[in-house]
Structure formats: structure tokens, C-alpha cells
Design a protein around this ligand. Structure first.
Ligand code: COA
Length: 333
């Protein structure tokens, strides 16, 4: 129920973009010692899109954003805010303003938000606060990542999992409220389970004055711990968000999880007693695209006509931080 100061929120458009190059498991097994059977059985992934050196996060994000804006029927100049969820920015100072420029969204303020594979859900909840309070009316939320730039391609335990892509949604102030509930969580005690950490190298400028010059170290992961964490925490956080929305899992039309691993999707759906035919999954084709995976899967399902206006969607992102969150919304105005 909204009080007088609060504004309703609707998600009125979606878009996505992926690099053209697709590498299947057979191709990948020519690079690292693995097999199509192993990858499919453990993860459900069959192929992934990979960005070459000419592709940037801002390009993919801008293409996804243009598609979302077109679907929503607004103009880029109507946008008040752009939130880019990414852990692989083109520029550590922020990539969102490049997207703002490329879109011609001259009125919009733009910033990056980093929460790894939870980034899209965190960005959606952040954007919602600006709309709820009446500050902004039209907000673009993008999830975009090129994790192939930060994967250790000699580590078969991780390099098989990830792919590149972007997805976006337009969120608008609306007379009816379609964002029904959300819940966000972090647990830094488990930070070392999944990292893309800066490795400082001391550099002495003068005696007694040392700074650090270094680079980010490729992704390290404790797969078993992350798996355990996801299967335990994701159903809990979805139930909490459903409770806030005054709904039960039975009323959910679509379960839309971060596309990390089919076994995680299956286990979470089973815990929530949501049948497989109500679970959106496209990870066979894209792998884990981090912040992009939820809006990419949403956009495909919308354009395929699976997700219909008024459908109730329970979405959850989870990953490094560790961080996790869920949001419950109805598609459309
Ligand atoms: N191909 C073939 N064999 C592989 C392999 C690969 N790509 N990767 C690992 N193996 C081998 C291991 O060396 C090990 O062999 P051993 O038994 O001889 O030692 C065996 O397969 C089992 O490895 P293990 O790491 O225990 O596998 P697992 O069952 O935990 O599956 C993951 C690994 C990564 C698929 C699984 O842990 C997982 O999905 N975790 C969640 C990761 C995730 O989703 N992260 C992102 C969250 S946002």
C-alpha cells in the first residue's frame, strides 16, 4: 500500500545485447582440458558469447538500453537517471556517463554500481528509491559485464562458467505500483569465496614514501562454497521478498534467477516448489553473464511472448561480496 508521499513504479521496457562471437563447449575443450559432457552435466551451459578487443561494456550497454527505451516508448531525453550495474567497467572512474552520452540522454544523471552478480537487483532497488520518493520519473537500469576480460583462462574450474553481455530495463513512475517487494543482503565474512581483487605492488617514490601500483588479479572462486551459499540463501531471500509483497511462491508466474548454473536454478525452484515450466533459463546459450544475466533472460522471455503484462516475476541475484537479493514485480504498467 502506498502512502501519500510514495509513487508507484512500473517496468515498461526491456532490451539486451550480446557480442556476436559464440564459443561452444567443444570449442572451449580445445583450449582447456574439459568436455562438453562435464560442463553440461555440472552447469547446464552449452555455449557463451565472448567480446573481442573492439567491444566495450558501454557499447553493449548502450545497445541494450536503446532496445529497452524503444520498448518503453519514451525518448532518451526523458531519462532522469541511468544506473549501470557492472563489475567490469571500461573506466574505473565510471562507465555510465559514456552510456548517457552515447544515448543522448542529456538530462539524465548517470552512475555505476558494483555488486557483481547481484548488481542488477541492487540497481533496480536503488533506482526504485528515486522513483518512490518522487525525485525522478524515468530511470534506466542496466546490467552489463565483460567477465571474459577477468577470467583466468587457464583455470578450467572458472573459465567454463562465464560469458559476456548486457541487459536493460526502463522503470517509470506509475499510478499503480508494480514493484511489490524486495530484500537485499551482504555477507563480507565470505568475501574470499569469489574475488576479482586488486593486487598491490609496492613502489617506492622516495625513502619512506611508498605507494602501490598493480592490477586486478583474475577471478578466484571456491565453487563448492558458492554453490552451497546460493542454494541456501536464494530461496530464503525470495521468500522474504514475497512476504513483503504479501504473496506466496504459488502466485509467482516466473522465477527469474541470476543465470549462474542450471543446478542452482533447479535446486532453488525445488525449494520454493515452483515447477520447471515456470523457471526462466537461457544460460545454456550465454553462461553466467554476471550483472547482465537477469535482464538478458527477462528481455528474451518478454520478446518471446512468455512473460505477459501483469505476470508476477520473482527475481534474485547472488554472487561475489558475498551479496544476494530478490525483487518481486509485475511486468508492464
Ligand atoms: N572439466 C572437467 N573436469 C573438471 C572441470 C572442468 N571444467 N573443472 C573441474 N573439474 C574436475 C576437478 O578437477 C575435480 O576432479 P577430481 O575429482 O579428480 O579432483 C572434479 O572435476 C570435481 O571438481 P569440483 O570443483 O569439485 O566440481 P564441482 O562439482 O564443485 O563443480 C562447479 C564445479 C564450478 C561447476 C560448481 O562448484 C559450481 O557451479 N559452483 C557454483 C559456481 C558459481 O555459480 N559461481 C558464480 C556465482 S555468481
Amino acid at each position: 500500500m502506498l502512502n501519500q508521499l510514495q509513487t508507484g513504479i512500473a517496468i515498461t521496457g526491456s532490451g539486451s545485447a550480446t557480442p556476436v562471437v559464440s564459443l561452444d563447449n567443444h570449442g572451449l575443450s580445445q583450449w582447456v582440458e574439459t568436455s562438453d559432457e562435464w560442463i553440461k552435466a555440472r552447469t547446464g551451459i552449452e555455449r557463451r558469447r565472448l567480446a573481442d578487443a573492439q567491444v566495450s561494456v558501454s557499447q553493449l550497454a548502450t545497445e541494450a538500453a536503446k532496445n529497452a527505451i524503444a520498448m518503453s516508448g519514451i525518448a532518451p531525453t526523458d531519462l532522469d537517471l541511468i544506473v549501470l550495474a557492472t563489475s567490469t567497467p571500461d573506466d574505473l572512474f565510471g562507465t555510465a556517463s559514456q552510456i548517457q552520452h552515447q544515448l543522448g540522454a542529456s538530462k539524465a544523471v548517470a552512475f555505476d554500481l558494483t555488486a557483481a552478480c547481484s548488481g542488477f537487483v541492487f540497481a533496480l532497488a536503488t533506482a526504485a528509491q528515486f522513483i518512490r520518493t518522487g525525485v525522478y520519473q524515468n530511470v534506466l537500469v542496466i546490467g552489463a559485464d565483460i567477465l571474459s576480460r577477468w577470467v583466468d583462462w587457464s583455470d578450467r574450474g572458472t573459465c567454463i562458467l562465464f560469458g559476456d553481455g548486457a541487459g536493460a530495463i526502463v522503470m517509470q513512475a506509475n499510478t499503480s505500483d508494480r514493484l511489490l517487494g524486495f530484500e537485499l543482503r551482504s555477507d563480507g565474512t565470505q568475501n574470499n569465496c569469489l574475488q576479482l581483487a586488486y593486487q598491490p605492488q609496492p613502489k617506492e617514490l622516495l625513502p619512506g614514501v611508498t605507494v602501490a601500483q598493480g592490477t586486478f588479479h583474475p577471478i578466484t572462486m571456491n565453487g563448492k562454497e558458492v554453490y552451497r551459499f546460493a542454494v541456501q540463501k536464494v530461496p530464503e531471500v525470495i521468500e522474504k521478498a514475497l512476504h513483503r509483497a504479501n504473496l506466496t511462491a504459488e502466485q509467482v508466474d516466473w522465477l527469474l534467477l541470476h543465470q549462474a548454473n542450471q543446478r542452482i536454478l533447479d535446486a532453488v525452484a525445488q525449494r520454493l516448489k515452483i515447477p520447471n515450466e515456470r523457471v526462466l533459463s537461457n544460460l545454456a546459450n550465454y553462461g553466467n553473464t554476471s550483472a547482465a544475466s537477469i535482464p538478458l533472460a527477462l528481455d528474451e522471455a518478454v520478446r518471446q511472448g512468455k512473460v505477459q503484462p501483469g505476470n508476477i516475476i520473482a527475481t534474485s541475484g547472488f554472487g561475489a561480496g558475498l551479496s544476494w537479493g530478490a525483487a518481486i514485480f509485475q511486468w508492464g504498467r
